[in-house]
Each structure stands twice: as C-alpha cells, then as structure tokens.
Design a protein around this ligand. Structure first.
Ligand SMILES: [Zn+2]
Ligand SMILES: [Zn+2]
Length: 1171
C-alpha cells in the first residue's frame, strides 16, 4: 500500500477506522481487561490466529510505512515553514490519522507482549506468540520510528520557532487561523511525539518489570535461571532479554538517558538535536512526595507510569525509564558455577590463586543476593547487551547522571533533616546540616532542575557501578587481545609488565566517595541504622523464612549500600593502586606519591571509608554483626584489613596522616567488635540455654561469613602484614643500594652520630641515636650551649632527618600497632578462654547433646577444616591464631621499650657527668621523657587493669594443653608463645614472676577429660612455661623440644628469681638465636628483625603527635562506641577526679562504666597517698 499522502485517500480513511475498531478490541481482549473477561481458550485462539496470519510482521510493515509517510509530511511542512511558503496547508490541531494508526499499532503490540508475560504465558508460548513477537521485529521497529518521529518533530519545531522569531508568523499570510500562534503548533507536534514515545517507553518498562519478576520468582524458588536452562522461566528470560537488547531498543533508551541528563544539567547533548531535549524533567509527584527518600517496595513507580499512557501534563522524558535503563545495563547473571563451587569448598582462602582471592570474602552480600552484579554482562540468558558506546563517552554521561542524581537528593535530605530536628527538639539534635557531606559538597544543576529524590541514590550508585564495570570490561578485552596477539607470535604493542585489570579508574574515585557519603547521609536523616537497615530484631521480618528477600520496608539506602559496599571493597570493587615494585619499601619510597595513587587519597576515599565503616558497625549486636543474609557482615572491613602491603603501604606513605590514623583507630575498634562476636558464638555453644538459638543462627548466617572472620583474626591481617613490611624494609636496608639511598636520606647519617665515635653497626643497630630521639638530643644540646641549630623548632617543621613519606609511614605504623595490639591482646585472651570452654563441652561435660555435637571435632576432614563451623578445631585455631598475631608484635614492642630505656639511661649518665646545671636539667628532662615513652610501650604489653600479655600466654598455654584441642595446635603456636614469653620475661622479670604465679594453668599431665574422672579431686596447677613445655613436646616431639631446652631453663630461672642477668638481656638483644629460625617475620630470616623494627618505630606519644591524632584512648576498656564520622573527631575528656586526669573518656557513659569498674578505687587511692 502506498501511504504517501494517504490521509486524503478515502481507502486509507476507511482502513484507519476499521483498524482502530479492531485494535481497540484486541488490546483489552488479549490483556484480559474486557468485562466480562474473555476465556483463556479464546485468547489463545486469537493469538494463534495472529501467529498464523503473520499479523505481527504485517504490523511491523504498517508502522514503517505510516511513520515514513508521517515523517515526510512533517518534513515538507518544516521546509515550507523555513521559506515561509504560503502554500503550506493548515496544520491540524488533531493527530493525523497516520499518527493515530501508529498509536493503535502500539496498543496491539503492547497487548500481545503483556499477554505473553501474563498468567497464560505457557499456553500462549505453545502457539508460538512470543517467538512471533520477537521474530517480527515489531518492537525494534517501533523504537526506531520513535527516533524518526522525535527527530522530524524537532526539525519542525526549529523551523516554526525560527519563523516566529523572524517576525514572519505564517498566520499573517492568512493561510489559516490556527497557525496564528506558533506556540500552539509546536505544542501539537510535541504532544504527538510525546504520546508515541511514551507508549514505547511504557512497553520497555513493562518488559523490565517482567524481567525483574521472572528473576525474583526464580530466586524465590532457589533455582538459578541459567543461560542454558530449559525451564519455562529460562525461556521467558531469554525472550525478554532478547527484546530488550535489540540495538534499536538500546539506542532509544540511550537517547532517552542523554536527553534527560542534558535537560537537567543543561550540558552537551552529544550531537543530538538540542530540541530533542523537549521538556525538562519535572517531578510528576507532588513536591512533598518528590522529596521523600523512602519508597515502599510494593509501589513500583513503573506500573504507575506505564498505566498513565498519556496526558499533556506528563513530561516527555520518563525518569523512571532512565532508572530502568541504568539498571538494565548493570544487570548480569550469577557467578559461574565454577566460581560458586570454589568459594563453597575452599578452606584455604588466603592461599588461593589471584582469581580466588578476588572472590574473597566469600560471604559478601553482593554474592548472596543474585539479582545484580557486574563486570560481565549478558544478563541471565547471556543475551542482554549494552549499547555500543565508547567507554569514555559513556563514562562522561554517567558521571553527569551521578551529579544530577545527587543534586536531586539534596532537597530531600534537607527536608528529612528538618523533620529529624523537629522530632529531637531543634538544637538538641546531634545531627546538623554541617555534619552532612552531600548538602555541603553538591552543587545544584546548571538549570536548577532536578529529578525526584526517590530513586536518585540508587540510580547514582548504579551509574558508578556501570561506569566501573565498563572500565573493567574494556581492560579485559584489551588483555584478551594482547593474549591473542602473543599466541599468534606477534609483537605486542606497548606491552606493560603488569596490565591494570581495572583500566583507568582515576575519574571514578570522586563519584564513589560522593555516593558513599550520600548513602550515609540519607541513612542519618531518615533515622536508619545501616547495621540494621530497617530490620527490627524482634519484629516479624527477622523470624520469617523469607526475611532475606522481602524486607518489610524498602529504603533506597539498603539497596544502594550493597552496591556501594561492593564498589568500596578491594575484592571486586575499586582497588587502591599499589606502590611501584621498586619503590614499595620504607627506604625506597619516592618523595611524592606516584601517579594514580594520589587521586583516591586526595579525593577523600579514606574518610569516606571510615565514615561508612563506622555507620555500618555502630551498633553492637546488630543484624549485620550477626551476619544476616540480607545485610552482610564484616565483608567490607575484612576485605580492606586482611593485608597491609598493596593497599595500606601507599596510604601510610602518602595519605593525609590524620585521616589514615583516624581510619586505623576505627579499624582497630571494628576488629575488636568482630572478635567479640566470634567469642560470642563460642559462648553460645557453651551455654546450654543458647543451644537452639545458636543452631538457628548458624543456619541463618551468611555462608562463609564466620570463616572469613576467623581467617582475618588468625591472619593474614593488617597487623601481621604491617610487621612483615617493616621487617622486610629493615632487612633490605642492609643491602648496599638501599642503604645508600637511606644514607642519602639522612638515616644512616643519624646513626653515625653515635656517641663515643663508635662505628655504626649494620642495620642502624648502634646504641646511639634513633631518628625519633632527635628532638630530645637537640633540646639537650641547645641547653648545653651549642644552640646553633634550629632554635625555634616547632614540631611541624622539625627536621627528623627522615624523608616525609617514611616519617609519616613510621608514625602511622606505631599508631596502628598500638591500637591493634591493644584490642587483639584483649580479645585474643577472651577467645582462648572461650575455646577452653568449648573444649570442656566437647569432652562431654555439657548438659545438652546438641552443644556437645556442635563443639566436638567432626570426623570428616573437610568439616574439620571448615571455619564456618563452631567446633573446637576452628575455635582453637582462631584463638591461638589471634594470640600469635599478638606474640609476633611482642618482641618489637619489647625492643622499642628497651631502646627508650637505653636512651633514658644514657641521658641520665650525661646529666650526671654534665657540669652545667642547665645542661644537666635538660638531659634529665630528656631522660624523663624517654622513660615516659618506655612506660607507655610497657603499658601496652602489661596493662594489668584489663589483660596483660602474661595472662594471654597463660590462657593460650592452657588451651594448648586441652586434650580435645590439641589436634588444632601447630608448631608455630608453641614456638611463638615461647618466643614472646622469653622477651617478656627477660624485659620484665619481676612482673613475669608475679603474674605467671598468679595465672596458674592446670597441669597438662593430669588434664581433665574422659581419661580422668571428675571425682578424682582437683588438678594440680603449674606456671604457664611448664604447660608450654608440655605442649612443645606434644607438638614438636621430644627431640625438637630438647634443642630449645636452654630457653625453657632460662624461663624457669627468670620466673623463680624475678630478675634477669646481663647475659639474659644480651641474648634478648641477639634475638634468641636458638628460636629465631622459626620465629621470624618477613622474607629474610634474621634474628635481629624485631630489634631493627623496634628501632624504627617512634614511641606512642610522639607517633600520636606526628599523625595529629591523640595517642590516648578511651579508658573504658569495653568501649566500642563509634560516635561521629571519624575517630579523630572524637574528643576525649580527662577525668576531673583526684587522679588528676590520668585517664580520659569518649563519653559520659564510658566514664560511668569505668568508674564502677575500678577507677573509683584507683582515683581514690592516688588521692589518699600522702604527697
Ligand atoms: Zn580519675
Ligand atoms: Zn568510650
């Protein structure tokens, strides 16, 4: 049929009427909306008839012909308007019959699609309806035609507007009264385009809803809709994804997103005719609703938009389509079956291959929730595609989208904040506008227009995820090409030794930081706890079986959080760049941050991470802490703090010291929180009252979560990695090139200034100046009279003789060491005690068989190695692993302490020998300062008010001697315990004698258990070294233990005498060479490692000063409060009591707790002492 000028031909008019009549009946018939409803059999018959008669291909051709004709008609009008041709006929206010026919074609097509997804989908599939829809290409045709229509409509608009502007309104020529107002004409054409475009958009939205529903349905049944699946839902998914990923449909969607963004931010349209940005986006909802951040889960915006097919007030651009499109581009299927199997059975997560380590942590919520993931695309059927847009162009568009979305959030945040402040009583509210990041850091869009608030956060988050995944895909593609070229034997152009698997992600740090803050902001103003995410522990949602998939209350922050956590995590998200291999040691750091490292550090990644971590783990005992399936657990924390070198070495050297220190303080607190939860599990298995609850909790937990936590506690973790890095750095300082570098940097020069002109010993191990002693020396020297050097040395400008990156890294290491050892020692002791209880349970002394079964070591080797289970094997491994982490740090701290002591002794000597009074006083002051620092190192190890390292050794030794636990005890456990105990006993013999006699251990030779009836009376008790000796014989055998018998002899003498001989101190300084081969940290075995590292570390108070965060901690030992956004911002207030401010607290509650926990006596005693 020739449709050119068809509107005027009578045959077309007749066809038009009949077609409209048929299609207005067909639509409701197929969708089941006719009243009374048509029988299914009839609908199936109609569908079969449509398939048999090739109705859909016919519709395709009809749409093509109609739009072709319509477009040429409009083009002619535009051309005439441009030359102001009076011959142009009057424009109809009404839609042309052609346009109306296209619209009714859309009605038919939508009805068929809706029916194919509806309740009778199976029977309609049987007659071939879905295939007919797909193969006819009618939906792509419609999408393509909409682009034609909007383009010619824009052309006509431009022509008419130009004509009107030139003062040549067509109406003056008298052709038609209706053209008198140019605006009306423009409006008519816009409305025609709007209606048609909206119809196509509604179809796409409907397809997307069908897609989501199909996936959720499959997820609800627990079956993965696999690509090769033959099931009904697999077929539906393939069909839907095929329709959605058609290039024409994709193009239509891309254009829609572009236009929407351009309309809001007034920026570039990427070559699209500017007039295509027809109407600015306007919130369809009332303003108050547009600013609401919360939306109900069961009120899809989609259905509303899809149902409201027309109307003048509707904007052309459907914002919801933008959200849908971005969601569609980020979708992809479950991880491949192989990856799932690897994470299910892998007990050795730490030593896995590179690919496996990327999948770590295994219990991450983004893997448990199957709907959205990234990196690969293809949807669940492997068909879903993204538009072929250059990555750079796509990235620019997505970044603009993020900006618009975040700008759209600000009014909502302000509104909720006002409500919040009203609830809490204005000024009394702890939340102020100034404490929120997003309102302060977000500019309004250039046009002042914005999207509705709801949906914006999610859209922004998805956009960042999408941009990141595009980068990864591109990098993978390049790598594939490179490999292909190599296989072909060709020369690889510009091959770098280590291709970056993520591509160039530098531009993504800012949007990532911004969405992270936005998520926390939104949670704060909507009074949501990110650790709970709307789950009330006692509410029905918690107990219900489907609590995981159907949260009672949807809130955007919950969904966005999953994506943000993934993006923030180095496993699967953006990774902080590593230091270049030649410059990753302490002595080889470059003076400035290498390329690519400064961006994340400069753009505020570290404070954002800290703020998020604090928000996630603020509540003790939250659902997140319990490892709830929907909320996740400690995945974000674990993925960041399971190592030191790749991530943190760079941040320590080049980050802003205060930010990094603050994050480290927070990380230590989170570690403590995590460890206390693991302790809690042991507690539950021990206490018969908890049995059922514990079993249920274990079932509901995120799989892999407990294993991940236990591995982090055992190490590798941040603390262990940091010591290794320091030890490796100190060891390489011996080798000539690095030593030369260090000398040039002033390190070795400092060592050469040793008193008495002694030649510097290798490794800087002279009893002379450590770099951190410089200020004391200079102050003393100034007093002596030789005050030529820096007279007014403010602390910031002071020359420590150490390059800035190394200085900062060392200060941060010292700071971090203190915080982590503090908590790990205490929690490690608790873990040991709880593991002992579990051992007692496993040996059959529990009331309930349930608990015995949980605690006993299982028979199967796989279950024995499974850290997710709560049996005695994992409990013991975890507890001893935590203890060993502390034991590795003990020698370093002992040496650091001794070196402060050495300086103090030297200073006192100088004071005594000095003639001048001023000089003597200055040296005495220096000695006092050094003594105070030595004391604070010692206090870290031997804080008797909570748990000293002696107690930790004793508890660990007792655990090692439990018969049921002994299978999990390894050689490293006994050796490290012995090594640490030797250091402690030689350095602090008096305390060793006292404490070890206080913490006696049941004699391993008469251990409790089945072999010994309980009625046989009390078990004799021995000191920890004796128990350790027995454990050594058990684990290492008699011969190997005999080789270190001298060490045990030394220990015994120290403990009984309570004092050490000079020779003992000498062997301590030599690093106990008998044990050293096994107790060594770093790649190069060296007995002096601990002394070297200790020499590098600045003492605690100085470290606190250098990093700009107080070294003090809240004196309440149970304090895990994470108030505010950063640890640095928390101001501690000193005790105003009679102790004279010896202790300080983060809050009044902590002071109260500590007062009743013992400070009452301490504060009183000190005041009572005569002075
Ligand atoms: Zn006090
Ligand atoms: Zn506190």
């Amino acid at each position: 049929m020739e449709l050119k000028d068809a509107d005027e031909t009578p045959s077309f008019r007749a066809f038009h009427c009949i077609f409209i009549a048929i299609s207005s009946g067909l639509g409701p018939l197929m969708t089941g909306q006719l009243v009374p409803p048509v029988a299914t059999a009839t609908r199936v018959k109609v569908a079969k008839m449509a398939v048999d008669t090739q109705l859909l291909p016919a519709l395709n051709r009809l749409v093509a012909a109609l739009v072709d004709s319509e477009a040429s008609g409009i083009k002619r009008l535009a051309a005439a308007a441009r030359v102001n041709d009076p011959a142009v006929g009057p424009l109809n206010q009404e839609q042309t019959p052609r346009a109306a026919t296209v619209e009714y074609c859309g009605v038919c097509i939508r009805a068929f699609i809706e029916a194919a997804m509806g309740p009778d989908a199976d029977r309609l599939r049987a007659v071939g309806l879905p295939e007919a829809v797909a193969s006819s290409g009618v939906l792509p045709r419609l999408a393509r035609c909409m682009m034609v229509v909007s383009s010619v409509a824009a052309e006509l608009d431009e022509a008419l507007t130009a004509a009107a502007a030139a003062g040549r309104p067509g109406g003056s020529r008298g052709a038609s009264g209706s053209r008198g107002n140019g605006g009306t004409v423009v409006r008519v054409h816009r409305e025609g385009a709007i209606k048609q475009i909206r119809r196509v958009a509604a179809i796409i939205l409907q397809l997307w809803d069908g897609h989501t529903a199909a996936i959720q349905e499959a997820a609800g049944r627990g079956s993965a809709p696999a690509a090769g699946g033959k099931g009904a839902e697999a077929a539906t998914l393939r069909w839907l994804e095929g329709l959605l990923s058609d290039p024409c449909v994709q193009h239509f969607m891309l254009q829609h997103v572009m236009a929407q963004v351009a309309a809001a931010d007034g920026g570039s349209c990427y070559g699209m005719p500017p007039r295509l940005v027809l109407l600015a986006p306007e919130p369809v909802l009332p303003e108050s609703d547009a600013m609401r951040l919360e939306i109900s889960n069961y009120d899809p915006f989609h259905s509303f938009m899809a149902a409201a097919g027309g109307g003048v007030d509707m904007p052309l651009l459907l914002l919801d389509l933008v959200y849908t499109v971005v969601a569609g581009w980020t979708v992809h299927g479950r991880p491949p079956a192989a990856a799932a199997a690897a994470r299910g059975g892998g007990a050795d997560g730490s030593s896995g291959s590179a690919h496996q380590s990327l999948q770590w942590p295994p219990g991450a919520p983004w893997q448990a929730r199957n709907v959205f993931a990234m990196v690969e695309n293809g949807g669940h059927s492997g068909l879903l595609r993204r538009p072929q847009v250059p990555v750079r162009g796509m990235q620019g568009l997505l970044r603009r989208l993020v900006n618009v979305c975040l700008a759209s959030l600000v009014p909502g945040i302000r509104r909720h904040l006002r409500e919040l402040q009203a609830v809490r009583g204005g000024a009394a509210s702890s939340v102020s506008l100034a404490s929120l990041y997003t309102p302060a850091h977000t500019e309004p869009t250039a046009t002042g227009k914005a999207f509705p608030a709801r949906g914006s956060l999610m859209c922004a988050t998805r956009a960042v995820l999408l941009a990141f995944s595009n980068r990864c895909l591109q990098a993978q593609e390049r790598q594939r090409q490179r490999q292909h070229l190599q296989q072909q034997g060709g020369v690889v152009p510009g091959s770098s030794p280590e291709p970056e698997p993520q591509g160039d992600i530098r531009a993504l740090w800012i949007p990532l930081v911004r969405i992270t803050h936005a998520c926390v902001d939104v949670a704060i103003v909507t009074r949501m706890d990110l650790g709970e995410c709307g789950f009330d522990k006692t509410g029905p949602a918690f107990g219900a079986a489907d609590a995981d998939t159907k949260p009672a209350m949807y809130n955007e922050a919950v969904d966005a959080l999953r994506f943000i956590e993934r993006l923030m995590s180095p496993c699967g998200g953006l990774r902080l760049p590593r230091l270049p291999p030649a410059h990753n040691g302490l002595f080889t750091l470059l003076p400035e941050a290498p390329n690519g490292i400064w961006e994340p550090l400069d753009f505020g990644y570290i404070p954002a991470l800290e703020r998020l971590l604090r928000a996630l783990h603020r509540t003790e005992g939250s659902n997140r802490e319990l490892g709830h399936r929907s909320l996740g657990g400690f995945g974000l924390f674990a993925s960041h703090f399971r190592s030191f070198e790749p991530t943190w070495a760079a941040a320590f050297a080049y980050g802003r010291p205060q930010e990094v220190a603050s994050l480290m303080a927070t990380s230590a607190t989170v570690m403590r929180l995590m460890m206390s939860y693991v302790v809690g599990v042991a507690d539950m298995t021990w206490d018969p009252e908890y049995t059922t609850g514990a079993v249920l909790a274990a079932r509901r937990r995120l799989p892999g979560e407990m294993a991940m936590r236990r591995r982090l506690i055992r190490g590798p973790n941040l603390l262990q990695g940091m010591l290794t890095w320091l030890a490796d750095s100190a060891a390489t300082a011996d080798s000539s090139p690095a030593a030369a570098a260090a000398a040039a940097a002033g390190w070795a020069a400092a060592a050469a200034e040793a008193p008495g002109g002694a030649p510097p010993a290798p490794g800087g191990l002279v009893p002379g100046e450590r770099w951190w002693q410089r200020r004391w020396r200079q102050a003393a020297a100034a007093a002596t009279g030789g005050a030529s050097s820096s007279t007014s040395s403010s602390s910031s400008a002071f020359d420590w003789g150490v390059p800035q990156p190394a200085l900062q890294a060392l200060a941060l290491c010292s700071f971090t060491l203190k915080r982590w050892v503090f908590w790990m020692a205490r929690s490690g002791r608790n873990l040991c005690v709880m593991a002992q209880k579990a051992a007692a349970t496993a040996s059959g002394s529990a009331v309930s068989q349930h608990t015995v079964a949980i605690c006993r070591l299982p028979d199967s080797p796989a279950a024995q190695a499974d850290d997710d289970l709560d049996h005695i094997g994992t409990q013991t491994r975890t507890a001893l692993g935590a203890a060993c982490c502390v034991f590795r740090a003990v020698p370093v701290i002992v040496h650091a302490h001794l070196q402060c002591k050495e300086f103090a002794a030297e200073a006192r000597q100088r004071a005594d020998s000095s003639g001048a009074e001023a000089a003597a006083a200055a040296w005495r002051a220096a000695a006092a300062a050094a003594e105070a620092e030595a004391e604070s190192w010692k206090h870290l190890l031997l804080d008797f008010s909570h748990a000293s390292c002696f107690e930790l050794v004793a508890e660990a030794a007792e655990l090692m001697c439990c018969p049921v636990a002994s299978r999990a005890v390894g050689g490293e456990h006994v050796r490290w315990a012995l090594y640490a105990l030797l250091h402690l006993a030689v350095a602090f013999p008096e305390e060793a004698a006292r404490e070890l006699k206080k913490h006696l251990v049941p004699s391993p030779f008469f251990s409790q258990g089945p072999s010994r009836p309980a009625a046989a009376g009390p078990v004799p008790r021995v000191t920890a070294d004796a128990a350790l000796q027995a454990a050594c014989i058990q684990v290492l055998g008699l011969q190997d233990t005999g080789a270190i018998a001298a060490e045990f002899f030394l220990l015994g003498r120290l403990i009984s005498n309570g004092r050490s001989e000079p020779a003992d101190v000498e062997s301590l300084k030599a690093g106990f060479p008998l044990l050293a081969p096994w107790c060594c940290v770093g790649k190069r075995p060296d007995a002096l490692w601990a002394r070297r590292v200790g020499a590098l570390l600045p003492p605690p108070a100085l470290a606190g000063e250098l990093v700009g965060v107080s070294a003090d901690m809240c004196a309440n030992r149970a304090c895990v409060r994470m108030v505010g956004d950063s640890a640095a911002a928390v101001t501690l207030s000193r005790c105003g009591g009679r102790c004279g401010g010896a202790v300080s607290y983060c809050c009044v509650e902590c002071q109260r707790t500590h007062w009743s926990a013992g400070h009452k006596e301490a504060c009183g005693k000190r005041a009572a002492a005569p002075k």
